[in-house]
Design a binder for this molecule. Structure first.
Ligand SMILES: C[S@@+](CC[C@H](N)C(=O)[O-])C[C@H]1O[C@@H](n2cnc3c(N)ncnc32)[C@H](O)[C@@H]1O
Length: 367
């Protein structure tokens, strides 16, 4: 990416020209351009220690190892299909794909096809460089596969409309030009269906991110999996009584100004899992969760993995392999961040069953 896009100037100019032509645009349109348009944020390698923020698989490979245990269980619960299709949506640079494939037992890996899907051409190039099959959209995939679709931290990056409750019901916030920058301005709803995505009990003055794109994504995922599971992990919106935080990340710092320098930072807000669960149940599908990511990873065997690592650490100390012991200790500390309360452990995991009623381990509450 060149200098003009790195600081958001090129994207800002495109947006200014568009707003001059058509008037104020929805926040969803602004976010779509800032993240996925020409010069947008996801045109670069955004996730990872050398990017702008890290996700669970970048914190510790234990995330992918445990997700592989979940994928193996999906395979068994589906009566061991051959071929077995694993689709990962929003696969980014392929870190999670590599972790899952490396950890799958041979019996499952031999029968599996792993298809990585990402909207960003930069991500797809990285995925192909990793030797993965990559597609641009779940909607392009042929239906009738038996398997699972995984999506980690994809939903929060789907563009959302910003709605605000008023005495007369929900209104929408649009983006208009303000001098050299942008500002929000209130107007009527841009789509009638948006009102259905706002909790009726939302207090006057509070905002709500409405994401019809998430419902559409879930429908596409369900269509792509003829029989199997859709497994979603992300951070959830807090309740209707609290103002949700629209924010972004740049260089590992959280920023609340998401209008300046569009394209230079991520834009995100929590996911409304309750409305996704209602949508899937309304289609007659089994829905499990959401449960906390902490509970999901514990149910998938986090403690066993950690005990084994601790044993290796003790052996390394006994054998005076100090550096090995230190490395194992620090890897265990990183893995524990996946369970952290107030952090990744508070993320949510939800699972939808398509043509299958058997509950998977990660969302079972048998702890
Ligand atoms: C926050 S990153 C997460 C990457 C990876 N899942 C991880 O956990 O590190 C979100 C990814 O979703 C991709 N994405 C956004 N919208 C998408 C869509 N509709 N379909 C597929 N990928 C999408 C983005 O390009 C980006 O690579």
């Amino acid at each position: 990416m060149g200098d003009t896009t790195a600081d958001g100037r090129a994207v800002a100019e495109l947006l200014r020209a568009r707003i001059a032509r058509q008037g104020p645009i929805t926040f969803a349109a602004f976010m779509d351009a800032a993240l996925y348009g020409e010069g947008g944020f996801y045109g670069r390698r955004a996730v990872g220690e050398r990017g702008d923020f890290v996700t669970a698989p970048h914190v510790s490979p234990v995330f992918g190892i445990l997700l592989a245990a979940q994928v193996e269980e999906f395979w068994r619960l589906l009566d061991e299909p051959d071929p077995f299709s694993i689709v990962e949506a929003g696969a980014g640079d392929g870190t999670l794909a590599r972790q899952v494939m490396d950890a799958l037992p041979d019996a499952v890996r031999r029968r599996s096809t792993y298809l990585a899907v990402d909207r960003s051409p930069t991500a797809r190039a990285a995925l192909r460089a990793e030797g993965l099959r990559a597609a641009a959209s779940v909607s392009e995939l042929p239906a009738a596969r038996h398997g699972c679709l995984l999506a980690n931290e994809l939903l929060d990056n789907l563009p959302f409309h910003r709605l605000r409750m008023t005495d007369d019901g929900p209104a929408e916030l649009y983006v208009r030009v303000d001098g050299d920058g942008f500002e929000l301005v209130q107007g009527p709803l841009s789509e009638p269906g948006l009102a259905d995505l706002v909790p009726a009990e939302l207090s006057v003055g509070l905002e709500w991110p409405a994401r019809p794109a998430a419902t559409r994504f879930l429908d596409e995922a369900i269509r792509a999996i003829a029989r199997g599971y859709v497994w979603l992990a992300d951070y959830a919106l807090s309740g209707a009584e609290e103002a949700p935080s629209v924010h972004g990340y740049r260089a590992h710092r959280l920023e609340t100004d998401v209008l300046s320098e569009p394209g230079s930072r991520d834009i995100t807000a929590g996911v409304d899992f309750a409305s996704l669960a209602r949508h899937a149940s309304g289609r007659g599908l089994a829905v499990w969760g959401p449960v906390s990511q902490r509970d999901a990873l514990l149910a998938l065997g986090f403690r066993d993995l950690d005990r084994r690592a601790q044993q290796r650490q003790v052996e390394a100390v006994a054998a005076r392999r100090g550096i090995d012991a230190l490395r194992i200790y620090s890897n265990r500390a990183r893995a524990n961040l996946l369970l952290a309360r107030g952090g990744l452990g508070d993320f949510s995991v939800m699972c939808v069953g398509i043509g299958v009623e058997r509950e998977p381990a990660s969302t079972s509450s048998t702890l």
